[in-house]
Design a protein around this ligand. Structure first.
Ligand code: ADP
Ligand code: MG
Length: 343
């Protein structure tokens, strides 16, 4: 089997970092910049904070990320999520607050997105070999046998006692929400510590906290998945910009491309004609869940979803290289590109 894997030639989101043209007018401590780059949660993470004692805060952020990675890993046998997934079926398992909160949020989003985002997708992610980079095309019989295990309505969660119960064989995957959760937690922490300005990037998940230190908005570019630079350039403050795309992790077999975003209703990689979905939202975990869910839904259902909720903005790029954009972003389309505006 031809099993080429592909590094995430991910959509690099261009971040324009603060430009200290006017440093002299600020107390020097204010423009102190501290940053770190680490590889964790299967992705490159970069953290930058502006302000006094930023170094210590960044170290605390790094420790938090490693703790979450330890709890949420689907492959480490000592992780909490692994233990929950492998526990004997129909037995209560005690959870940490972090796992319980992300599970609670995920179950809510599974409901809101009508199961297009589903944290019980793991048996299928595993069957397609996306966990260990051992890619394969499962047989229809295998997919059929796994589909009944993908159903978040069967998860029992007891938030009062922080415990959960899964049916036998069900396994959880926080891969489509964890990075957003971490971005939200880190920015809450930094705000509590008195920081006003930070830039957090976890793979394709960006969170731009506050304004730049010169008082202007952040400028975030959403890249064309087919190359050629930014198709949309948004000015934001306290927003997450999250992208999901089929080209981020995939393999080819017999001329077919299979990617890591799975349609929970068919068990196959979601092919709806979309190449990427970017979400701009106040909450990074909302954007993370939605970018995955809308990628699975396809353009038409995504438009209906946006019209119903209207609490996020979105940019869709189709496999025909057409761009669709929600109306509040109509002004943000980069020059040289045309987009269909969604009202
Ligand atoms: P990335 O992690 O590459 O930024 P996503 O946020 O879209 O991309 O998450 C994709 C990951 O989420 C997959 O690698 C898999 O672990 C998991 N996943 C795949 N399909 C779904 C789905 N329909 N619902 C929830 N999680 C999914
Ligand atoms: Mg996601």
């Amino acid at each position: 089997m031809k099993n080429a894997i592909c590094k995430k030639w991910f959509l690099v989101l261009l971040i324009s970092l603060p430009f200290f043209t006017n440093c002299a007018s600020y107390p020097s401590a204010y423009v102190n910049e501290s940053s770190a780059e680490i590889y964790a949660m299967n992705t490159l993470i970069s953290l930058t904070v502006w302000g006094q004692d930023g170094k210590e805060a960044i170290l605390d952020c790094e420790n938090f990320i490693y703790q979450i990675e330890d709890k949420f890993s689907t492959t480490r046998e000592d992780s909490e999520l692994y233990q929950l997934s492998q526990a004997e079926g129909s037995q209560w398992v005690d959870l940490s607050l972090a796992v319980a909160e992300v599970l609670e949020y995920s179950l809510r989003l599974a409901e809101q997105t009508q199961g297009n985002f589903d944290p019980t997708i793991y048996p299928l992610v595993k069957a397609w070999g996306f966990t260990q980079d051992s890619h394969r095309v499962p047989s229809q019989a295998e997919i059929d046998s796994l589909l009944p295990l993908v159903d978040s309505s069967q998860v029992e969660l007891d938030m009062e006692n922080l415990r959960a119960m899964l049916p036998t064989g069900m396994e959880l995957d926080f891969g489509a929400v964890a990075k957003g959760y971490v971005a939200d937690e880190l920015t809450d922490f930094l705000r509590d510590q008195g920081f006003n300005t930070a830039m957090i990037s976890l793979g394709g998940n960006i969170y731009a906290m506050g304004k730049k230190t010169d008082g202007s908005l952040w400028n975030i570019g959403i890249q064309n998945p087919y190359g050629g630079g930014a198709i949309v350039s948004v000015q934001v403050e306290d927003k997450a910009v999250v992208t999901s795309g089929g080209y981020q992790r995939y393999f080819t077999d017999n001329g077919e491309t299979y990617w890591h975003i799975i349609d929970p209703s068919t068990g196959y990689p979601a092919k709806t004609g979309l190449a990427s979905v970017s979400i701009i939202s106040d909450s990074a975990k909302y954007g993370d869940c939605l970018s995955t869910a809308l990628f699975v839904m396809g353009l038409e259902d995504s438009i209906a979803f946006w019209r119903e909720y209207q609490d996020f903005e979105a940019v869709f790029v189709t496999e025909n290289e057409e761009i669709f954009i929600t109306s509040n972003l109509a002004h943000a389309v980069a020059s040289g590109y045309e987009a269909t505006v969604i009202y």
